[in-house]
Write a protein that binds this ligand. Structure first.
Ligand code: HPA
Length: 270
């Protein structure tokens, strides 16, 4: 696997003479941040050896290299979800490639369902921790010590200093943010009312189908992570309504500019 990661990274370096300092993964319907990137190069996933292809609506599937907040970044427009049928190794493959491109920090966005009764649709939630509820784990199998240790520490999955900075940025810009625990689950079904209740009971504030595998792979490689959710729907008793992917995309688009501002200013200030 290490060979595949290195060969993808070498291919990218041969095409794109640009060293990214930070990596960004843009979630469902959250590609708006791209407009703020001064784009230098783009590479479609389909043209990168060993890269999986993105299948879900709202994900176009390319790596974007450019300047954001004065920093060299590589952004994934479109991510790989476990529910699409990829293996966990495929889901986290681009994160590992980004490490070999030289990224020192990882910024992630996603859409999530709120289960904390204090949350409203359109809220932003900075992740302070997660619960891995996927049925598979990206680090199962032979450990490659060139990537990281067999038993990685997860006591600070989300970098405390970046969380504080992001909270300050939100306050300075009068943007309401929540901070909470994200539970990652495979999907693709949205949750039943009983499942939302269970997810709340075991300590989560929001639930979604991404982010956790990527953060695990990044922490394995000792990359500090920051992640933020847009609460697109509510899994709260008496507030649960029928939900479609279109509803998630619509609500994500409404709150996206606030989130992009926070990420840009955080990238600038890190
Ligand atoms: N559940 C799981 N994933 C999601 C949700 C949800 O309610 N909303 C957006 N992604």
């Amino acid at each position: 696997m290490l060979n595949e990661i290195i060969s993808s990274a070498e291919f990218i370096k041969s095409k794109v003479h640009f060293k990214p300092q930070y990596g960004i993964i843009l979630g469902t319907g959250l590609g708006g941040l791209v407009k703020e990137i001064e784009i230098k190069h783009e590479l479609e996933y389909k043209d990168i050896p060993n890269f999986p292809l993105s299948t879900v609506k709202g994900h176009s599937g390319k790596l974007i290299f450019g300047l954001l907040g004065g920093k060299n970044v590589v952004a994934m427009q479109g991510r790989f979800h476990y529910y699409e049928g990829y293996s966990m190794q495929q889901v986290v493959f681009p994160v590992r490639v980004m490490k070999f491109l030289g990224i020192e920090r990882l910024f992630i966005s996603n859409a999530a369902g709120g289960v904390n009764p204090g949350f409203s649709i359109g809220d932003l939630m900075i992740l302070k921790d997660h619960i891995n509820f996927f049925t598979a784990h990206p680090l199962v199998g032979k450990n490659d010590s060139e990537l990281g240790p067999r038993f990685p520490d997860m006591s600070e999955a989300y970098d405390k200093k970046m969380i504080e900075k992001a909270q300050q940025i939100a306050a300075d810009n009068k943007i309401k943010v929540q901070t909470g625990v994200y539970l990652g689950i495979s999907g693709p079904t949205f949750e039943t009312p009983a499942e939302y209740k269970f997810i709340r009971t075991i300590g989560a504030d929001a639930v979604g189908m991404s982010t956790v595998p990527e953060v695990i792979a990044a922490r394995h490689m000792n990359i500090p992570c920051f992640a933020i959710s847009i609460i697109t729907d509510l899994g709260i008793e008496n507030k649960i309504v029928e939900l479609t992917h279109e509803d998630v995309l619509r609500e994500a688009a409404v709150a996206e500019p606030k989130m992009s501002l926070i990420i840009r200013l955080l990238v600038e200030g890190c």
